[in-house]
Unconditional design. Structure first.
Ligand code: SF4
Lengths: 331, 219
């Protein structure tokens, strides 16, 4: 993990965090008058030069969180809390005009889930990249070709493929093209939404390594993923989400290695990997509209007892009544 | 159970994505087919599932040489194979309730009388409980919908199951649960399995043997 040592330039901790999420809650108003709490009371900080992986099952709320950050929630969503950039901009209250003109692409770059869908099929990579460069980097016409090549290079996209159409690219190159687009505006904060879905292991590793490189250059990266292998490869810290709440935030080395996750759900998720016990967690996540009163994981948890009938507080590391105490052997 | 011999297949004339590939799956055997994204392994899976006519080569399924594909394939042959794809959203009609989705093949083959019992049994096997069966496909998560798609693939008791990147979009726990459901079905029926994927760790753990796309004709 020495490779993870952060550059001095990034200097995390000293300045305000690249993203400071404060008590984010997103509730959807349903047609029957009810509410569904998709994200509840979520708080974390993300520093420059740091990658935080947000992991969890589909439907756990992690993609709703991403939509909230990008201002892309549907009209029936009620949002509370704050998502502050280092200059104090609150992404949750910014209006669509400033989001479009000053924030998306410039302050926060999106590495999309399916690059093939994100790229315009009828235009070459060069033409799409050049347009974004012209828009975001204010490059004069003359320098455009050069600047476009440089933009491609930053995501390790080969210059001799720039004249290709998206469908002529392999999955890996399409991903790099999409990453190149996300990097053009030199946004200090990157949001990657399931960037490795459907890629084979080799490509997952390459994509993760490329994203890691952009982090080591001083960007902050919030990676939303269900792919634990990708998270293990790239993240400094891991946040585990269950039924709309963060149940654990941990240092990645400790989470994936020793002593391992503290929350029973996080333990179960890791344990389900084919390289571990390959045993599923019994049952399925609860409906967000019908959460049990206490701990949402209780119906699936082998350690649940009477105490778990009240909701465990998130103490900054874990939300569980029976999380192991700090083990004394590791100070 | 399945013999693919010297298969060449593709979608455009002169641009095959599968070239001269052979692969065999014995009765009761579980074979993993491992390959990178976009290498053509899904096309081979479609040929094996009788969903795509190869340009050259022969397919022998359960001792019968295949001559017709897609809706032209004889029903007895078609129902020998069950298929699950990567994306449940693309392979499920969003208007159907999960119960009807699972029952689709029974209706299509005129076996309505079995629906109730069979659907309940399978829902249980893939872990779909509560009122989920009455939900529309658009009202459930990807993981729940994929569970229903697996149940649909098993509803006619296929002797060969083809899983094409079945778990690529799913989290670790749902992946383990679906694989466990497939294996329980295979223990009970001695069905064969062709699991196509890009995750070697997963295929090695799941299958009797794993064949790499780089040299599948060596199989
Ligand atoms: S609070 Fe109780 S039910 Fe919830 S995860 Fe901890 S032990 Fe399990």
């Amino acid at each position: 993990m020495t490779a993870r040592a952060r550059s001095d330039r990034a200097n995390p901790g000293a300045a305000s965090p690249a993203l400071s999420m404060r008590n984010l809650s997103v509730r959807f108003r349903m047609r029957d008058g009810g509410h569904v709490a998709a994200v509840a009371d979520t708080t974390f900080d993300l520093a420059a030069g740091e990658c935080l992986a947000l992991v969890g099952e589909s439907g756990c709320g992690k993609s709703v969180l991403a939509s909230a950050l990008l201002g892309l929630l549907p009209a029936n969503a009620d949002v509370e809390g704050a998502a502050l950039l280092d200059d104090g901009t609150d992404l949750l209250t910014a209006d669509e005009r400033s989001l479009a003109r000053a924030i998306r692409g410039r302050r926060i770059g999106l590495v999309p889930q399916s690059p093939a869908a994100h790229l315009t099929p009828v235009r070459t990579v060069h033409s799409q990249l050049a347009e974004t460069v012209r828009e975001l980097a204010a490059v004069p016409r003359k320098g455009l070709r050069l600047a476009t090549r440089a933009a491609a290079e930053r995501a390790a996209f080969p210059a001799d493929h720039l004249d290709r159409y998206p469908h002529e690219l392999s999955g890996g190159l399409a991903q790099r093209a999409a990453t190149a687009l996300a990097l053009v505006g030199d946004a200090p904060l990157l949001l990657a939404d399931e960037p490795t879905t459907g890629l084979d292991r080799a490509l997952v590793e390459r994509t993760a390594d490329e994203l890691r490189r952009t982090v080591d250059e001083g960007r902050a990266l919030l990676m939303i993923t269900h792919d634990l292998a990708a998270a293990a490869r790239i993240a400094d810290r891991v946040a585990v989400m269950y039924a709309g709440r963060i149940v654990e935030i941990a240092d990645a080395t400790r989470f994936f290695g020793e002593p391992g996750p503290r929350h029973p759900y996080a333990r179960g998720l890791l344990d389900a990997l084919p390289e571990r016990s390959f045993r599923p967690i019994p049952g399925m996540p609860p409906e967000l509209g019908k959460l049990p009163a206490g701990c949402a994981f209780a119906p699936r948890c082998e350690r649940a007892d009477a105490l778990c009938g009240t909701r465990p507080r998130f103490d900054g590391r874990t939300a569980c009544h029976h999380a192991p105490a700090e083990d004394p052997s590791r100070a | 159970m399945l013999e693919l011999s010297n298969i060449t297949a593709g979608y455009e004339r002169g641009r095959p994505v599968v070239q001269d590939v052979s692969l065999a799956v014995a009765r009761g055997e579980a074979v993993g087919l491992l390959g990178p994204s976009g290498c053509g392994k899904s096309t081979l899976a479609r040929v094996a599932a009788l969903l795509h006519r190869p340009d050259a080569g022969t397919v022998v399924l359960d001792g019968t040489t295949v001559h017709d594909y897609r809706h032209r394939a004889p029903r007895a042959l078609r129902t020998t194979v069950g298929v699950v794809f990567q994306s449940p959203r693309l392979s499920a009609d969003p208007r159907l309730r999960l119960r009807d989705l699972i029952a689709e093949p029974l209706k299509a083959t005129g076996r309505r009388i079995e629906i109730r019992e069979r659907v309940d049994e399978l829902a249980h096997a893939v872990g779909l409980g509560g009122d989920l069966l009455t939900r529309g496909a658009h009202e459930v998560s990807d993981g729940q919908l994929q569970r229903a798609c697996l149940a649909r693939a098993l509803v006619l008791r296929p002797r060969l199951l083809i899983c094409d990147e079945m778990t690529a979009m799913l989290d670790a726990s749902t992946t383990a649960a679906l694989v466990a459901a497939v294996e329980a079905y295979r223990r009970e029926t001695k069905a064969s399995l062709l699991a196509v994927g890009h995750d070697q760790v997963l295929l090695d753990r799941w299958c009797d043997r794993t064949v790499s796309w780089a040299a599948p004709s060596a199989a």
